[in-house]
Design a protein around this ligand. Structure first.
Ligand SMILES: Nc1ncnc2c1ncn2[C@@H]1O[C@H](COP(=O)(O)OP(=O)(O)OP(=O)(O)O)[C@@H](O)[C@H]1O
Ligand SMILES: [Mg+2]
Length: 248
């Protein structure tokens, strides 16, 4: 029974300093197949830095960040294994969504039909010929998600995907990620909004000050908080004035 299939995503004891200041202190979690995991924490908690280490964009000082048991940079065909959305602001404003996706498909050597498929998936088919500069923030998020889906990955990593989405967009995202995970996919998404994570995720990893404070299923977190997830979150992240020492 040794040596089971490695989890889709696993980070262990990640640590990272910038300019001599420890910003990620000890981050450990896994994302299993079929799970949507929310990385939740206040601004500056270390969510984006942890995600960047997982994607091989920032080198960890110590610890490991593995995708299917390997560092991202050792993956043979990463864009077909894992799709990532880090910053929807990085899109070229003068291009249309279709142009942007065609370039992405060509770069990744994906079938040209994927462009129309992903436009359909994210609900942008009707607007695909408009320039990205004229898009709302939520529409840009959808373009970024569509780009991540081009290679038909089984793992998705989304940094603050709910940012800028209206309630219909959040509903769409939740449904999409649920179907994706129910088909055996794995999702890691970050948010500083408890309400986003509570709506979308199966498991919640709460991080503050570069450390994991709690890693539970949403149901377990609800049970251990007596149903008051917000109070639980505030006390764990040290942002609750009634429990100033809880995050020590
Ligand atoms: N390249 C960098 N150089 C210096 N400091 C950095 C760098 N990247 C991140 N940091 C610092 O590391 C800490 C964690 O930042 P990070 O972006 O991971 O937080 P976050 O949890 O994603 O926050 P937010 O909710 O605001 O997105 C912050 O104090 C940030 O200023
Ligand atoms: Mg961030």
């Amino acid at each position: 029974m040794d040596n089971p299939t490695p989890p889709p995503l696993a980070v262990r004891h990640l640590r990272k300093s910038f300019h001599g200041v420890r910003r990620v202190e000890d981050v450990t979690f896994t994302v299993g197949a079929g799970r949507v995991v929310g990385l939740l924490g206040p601004n500056g908690a270390g969510k984006t830095t942890s995600i960047r280490m997982l994607l091989g964009l920032v080198a960890a000082d110590s610890g490991e960040a593995l995708v299917l048991g390997k560092p991202y940079r050792a993956l043979a065909d990463p864009l077909r294994q894992i799709g990532a959305v880090l910053d929807a602001g990085g899109l070229h404003p003068g291009r249309t969504a279709r142009e942007h996706l065609r370039i992405g498909a060509a770069q990744g050597r994906f079938a040209a039909r994927r462009v129309d498929e992903v436009l359909e998936t994210v609900g942008l088919a009707a607007d695909a010929g408009r320039r990205i500069r004229d898009y709302s923030l939520g529409m840009r998020q959808r373009v970024a998600i569509a780009t991540a889906l081009l290679g038909e990955p089984r793992i998705l990593v989304l940094d603050e995907p709910a940012n800028g989405l209206d309630p219909a967009g959040i509903h769409w995202l939740k449904q999409y990620l649920r179907t994706f995970a129910d088909g055996g996919g794995s999702v890691l998404l970050s948010s500083h909004m408890l309400s986003d994570v509570a709506r979308i995720a199966d498991d919640v990893v709460i991080i503050a000050g570069g450390r994991v404070r709690s890693a539970l299923s949403l149901d377990e977190a609800l049970a251990s908080s007596g149903g008051d997830l917000e109070q639980y979150y505030l006390s764990l992240t040290g942002t609750d004035e009634r429990a100033p020492h809880a995050a020590r």
